[in-house]
Design a protein around this ligand. Structure first.
Ligand SMILES: [Zn+2]
Length: 151
């Protein structure tokens, strides 16, 4: 049975993390286009990111990636804690997405603090781990040559 959500039609037992996969394209009535990518850090149902590390990685990816692109609409973690979704507007260059993620994760490695990690700017400021986020980024970058391979 085909489901409404694209990723619910993906067999998570067949994928091979890490990878970066185009998960959807939406075109607006004026021709603007949103592309959504599935950035999978962890092998589904085998491993996952711990919440404080995932949360810090979210803050840093959201902030740092926008230094490289004006076309980012959103970067959000998956509830299963195995990856993120990245959405871009009017951007159809997959290689550029790979480079964007690479540059962003390299910035995570050199970060000295998590941006907006306080009770004014974040909904759970106590739940962060800069070191945990760096470990995730380091592991992902070490497998850079596998990102294009989904299965
Ligand atoms: Zn937060």
């Amino acid at each position: 049975m085909k489901m409404n959500v694209e990723s619910f039609n993906l067999d998570h037992t067949k994928v091979k993390a890490p990878y970066i996969r185009l998960a959807g394209v939406k075109e607006g009535k004026n021709g603007d286009e949103i592309r959504k990518y599935d950035i999978r850090f962890c092998q589904p149902n085998k491993e996952h990111m711990e919440m404080p590390a995932l949360h810090s990685l979210e803050h840093m990816m959201a902030e740092f990636s926008r230094n490289y692109s004006e076309q980012i609409v959103d970067i959000s973690p998956m509830g299963c804690q195995t990856g993120f979704y990245l959405s871009l507007v009017n951007h159809d260059d997959y290689e550029d997405v790979l480079n964007l993620v690479e540059k962003t994760l390299k910035d995570v490695l050199t970060a000295t603090e998590v941006p907006a990690c306080n009770e004014v700017q974040c909904g759970w400021a106590a739940s962060h781990s800069l070191e945990g986020a760096k470990e995730i980024a380091k592991k992902m970058l070490a497998q850079r040559d596998e990102w294009t391979e989904v299965f």
